[in-house]
Design a binder for this molecule. Structure first.
Ligand code: MOS
Length: 754
């Protein structure tokens, strides 16, 4: 096993001879997407005409299906199949594994008469057209024995318990430290349920080729989906060929599979023809995972000179009755600020709601909305600037583990952000600055998010045209995977970007963990670098061993790769000439990355600082985000354009969390009130003013051989708190119940006599 110390050695990405790494390269697949020719899962053309499946969701949150009248639906025009739990093809029980090493067990659809959440797919209609399937779906008559749903989080906080396998983490003695502090803060924040709202819904096109099930589906991780489907269908894992070439957003919501995948595959087998199944927007809101609501109690105790003596963040959250997913909103606080006495933990209550799950920056996105506002409040109580207060509590080493940080440039993000944003012009007294009818305020917050590296493989080929093909069972959920893999290949083999082909999103390609936890680019890219270096070696050996090559007899280690030419000093030939002559069938090699055995000896994170200017209309309570600036430290940046896009997307999401997003539960049905993008508010262009993300020039040698870290979730950490803090600075009102909607703000403004 490798050590992180090996990773600081020179390699083509670090040397960046052609300068392709880090450049603002356009998206590899961009032209296909903007011309509408990138086939998303539902749009893939199958080998013969497809049938169309429609799922029917349960109308109750908890109970049993007591009757299913499907006769009218079956008699409806064009209908090919109508299934409920009574007649769905047999599937192995949930979680069953015929292959002990499957990463997922069986996930049967329509598995029983039990209804576990509102909107749960309980019936399925397939017809020759989508219209006929939709029409017939309205004729399926289900009857239920309903149990009163237990769906109101706020009423059930007392029932919350310790999440399984988890304990509170206390360092020092929190209560004693808190009690002895000069200045104390003890407040509660709440965050609502959020939906992922991917532009592309979950969708599958499936067909069978003999005993092989071919599925095009929209997911973040290839292997677990392939394995889970194979287990559900009762076939070998290699008998599922799963493809996910283009994905219209994931955000964690496609980190698992849903019944579109299972039902499309089952129906294609039963009917002997391709089947397409997609979630409707309403089903996406109701019957895929969501970010659960939280109640967060933050306690901070500080000395008069602005040092934290005690800090605690305790989070109450909820998940499904059968689940144990926990929104770990307290975890990030374990690595953020120095304080000798610390207490963090979580409480979980199980409700009759759809399964909760991870959503972009799970933990940080919710948790920074409390702690980073508490820091602002505490700074004010201490009479300190909030930037200065944070700088005074910068830890030398990880405040809980005592481990050294691999690289921590939070202080630089804070100070550089303050300077660029014009923070010195902020009036610390709220409600003092006006611009016409608007009260104007500035706010800031820190950002932190972990960095991870997982095992991954990749293959690189070169052909007689000198084209490099990258193959990896990786996904691109809109993040830029295609593009950064192409850049790594181009830089590593010294060819122009136009000479690189990237093939991803296929279970038959060398496995990579997929997209999630902002580990994608670092993980997939490091495997690509390894494959690229192996291909360089193979090409160098080929050239130096070939009597017909001008490089013959040289040292393979001395071969350079640039502009499509292989050379040893002034002896050279083109890569395509070499391959055409010496290996006309081309060369293919694999490479892989594994976490270093000593990787955990360092505390490793990405950091940032958010600065925000808002306007508050004191008459209407309307908030306008006028300016947002984020300064981030996230290792080497592979692509300035795609990374910036990730970061600004996260920042916008933070603004949305502060101001717009939330889905209330209808306690009568255990359903979500907002079921489309008309009601569930996400920001549009007009909601976001100036927006800038700056990436510090940094390389984290402890992260991976490229020194790259993740950016996919960092922008979403802390950005909402910066908005909330700016609102306070503008008008003097703290709303601790997110989102900060005009009604809540107006109540606060009236209480202040404004
Ligand atoms: Mo993510 S929310 O770790 O896919």
């Amino acid at each position: 096993m490798s050590s992180v110390h090996d990773w600081a050695a020179p390699n083509p990405v670090r040397t960046n001879r052609s300068g392709i790494i880090g450049k603002a390269v356009d998206r590899y697949e961009g032209p296909l997407k903007v011309t509408g020719t990138a086939p998303y899962a539902y749009e893939v053309t199958p080998p013969s005409p497809a049938a169309y499946g429609v799922m029917i969701g349960a109308g109750i949150a908890s109970g049993r299906i007591t009757g299913a009248d499907i006769a009218a639906a079956e008699a409806s025009p064009g209908v090919l199949a109508v299934w409920t739990h009574l007649n769905v093809p047999a599937q192995p029980p949930r979680g069953a594994k015929a292959h002990p090493r499957s990463t997922q067990g069986s996930k049967p659809a329509l598995e029983s008469d039990r209804v576990a959440y509102f909107g749960q797919p309980v019936a399925f209609v397939v017809a020759d057209t989508l219209e006929n399937a939709v029409s017939a779906s309205h004729l399926v008559a289900l009857s239920y024995a309903e149990d009163a749903p237990d769906a109101t989080f706020a009423d059930r906080l007392d029932a919350a318990g310790q999440p399984p396998g988890e304990e509170d983490v206390e360092i020092g003695r929190f209560e004693a430290g808190f009690a002895a502090s000069d200045v104390r803060l003890d407040e509660i924040w709440t965050t609502p349920i959020q939906n992922h709202c991917q532009m592309e819904p979950c969708a599958t096109t499936a067909w069978w080729e003999g005993g092989t099930c071919v599925v095009h589906t929209s997911i973040q991780m290839v292997k677990p989906a392939q394995h889970g489907l194979a287990e559900t269908l009762g076939i070998g894992r290699d008998d599922v060929h799963l493809l996910t070439r283009y994905i219209g957003g994931g955000f964690g919501g496609k980190g698992q599979t849903y019944d579109d995948l299972t039902l499309a595959a089952l129906a294609a087998r039963a009917l002997g023809r391709p089947v397409k199944v997609a979630f409707t927007r309403r089903q996406m809101m109701q019957a895929t995972i969501h970010r659960p609501a939280t109640v967060q109690r933050v306690r901070l105790g500080a000395s008069r000179d602005g040092r934290l003596d005690a800090m605690s963040i305790m989070t109450w959250t909820h998940c499904h009755k059968d689940g144990s997913f926990t929104e770990h909103a307290s975890n990030f606080a374990r690595n953020l600020y120095a304080a000798p006495n610390r207490l963090t933990g979580h409480r979980l209550v199980r409700l009759d709601l759809p399964p909760a799950g991870p959503m972009r920056a799970p933990g940080e996105a919710s948790g920074t909305l409390s702690l980073e506002v508490a820091m602002d409040e505490m700074a004010e109580r201490l009479g300190l600037d909030p930037v200065e207060f944070r700088l005074r509590n910068e830890p030398e080493v990880d405040p809980e583990t005592g481990k050294p940080f691999s690289l921590r440039q939070l202080a630089r993000c804070l100070t550089e952000g303050a300077q660029r944003f014009g923070w010195d012009r902020r009036n610390a007294t709220p409600g003092q600055v006006r611009d016409g009818r608007w009260l104007v305020g500035l706010g800031m917050a820190a950002a932190i998010r972990g960095n991870f590296l997982l095992p991954a493989k990749c293959s690189f080929s070169v052909d007689a045209e000198g084209v490099i093909t990258v193959r990896q069972g990786m996904t691109d959920i809109g993040t830029g995977t295609y593009t950064v893999l192409a850049q790594i290949a181009a830089e590593t083999l010294g060819v122009p970007l136009g000479k690189v082909v990237v093939e991803i999103g296929d279970s038959e390609l060398p496995p990579a963990p997929g997209s999630g936890g902002q580990f994608g680019a670092a993980t997939a890219g490091s495997a690509a670098l390894a494959a690229g270096m192996n291909l360089r070696k193979a090409i160098a050996e080929l050239a130096t061993a070939d009597p017909a090559s001008p490089l013959h007899g040289g040292y393979p280690e001395a071969v350079t790769f640039q502009d499509g030419v292989v050379a040893i000093e002034n002896r050279s030939e083109t890569l395509s000439d070499l391959i055409r002559r010496a290996a006309p069938e081309g060369l293919t090699v694999e490479g892989e990355i594994r976490p270093a055995q000593d990787a955990r000896d360092w505390s490793q994170h990405t950091y940032g600082a958010h600065y925000c200017e808002v306007g508050v209309d004191p008459v209407t309570g309307e908030v306008r985000v006028r300016r947002m600036l984020g300064v981030f430290a996230a290792g080497r940046i592979l692509n300035a354009k795609t990374a910036r896009s990730q970061l600004t997307g996260g920042m916008i999401w933070g603004a949305a969390s502060a101001l717009h997003e939330g889905n209330p539960v209808d306690p009568r049905y255990g359903s979500f009130a907002n079921q489309d993008l008309g009601q569930y508010l996400v920001p549009v262009q007009a909601d976001i003013g100036e927006l800038e993300a700056i990436m510090l020039d940094e390389v984290d040698d402890k992260a991976n051989p490229m020194g790259v870290k993740g950016v996919g979730e960092l922008g979403n950490s802390g950005s909402g708190a910066a908005v909330a803090n700016a609102i306070y600075n503008a008008c003097g009102v703290r709303v601790r119940e997110y989102p900060i909607t005009p009604d809540k703000l107006l109540a606060g403004l009236m209480a202040r006599g404004m």
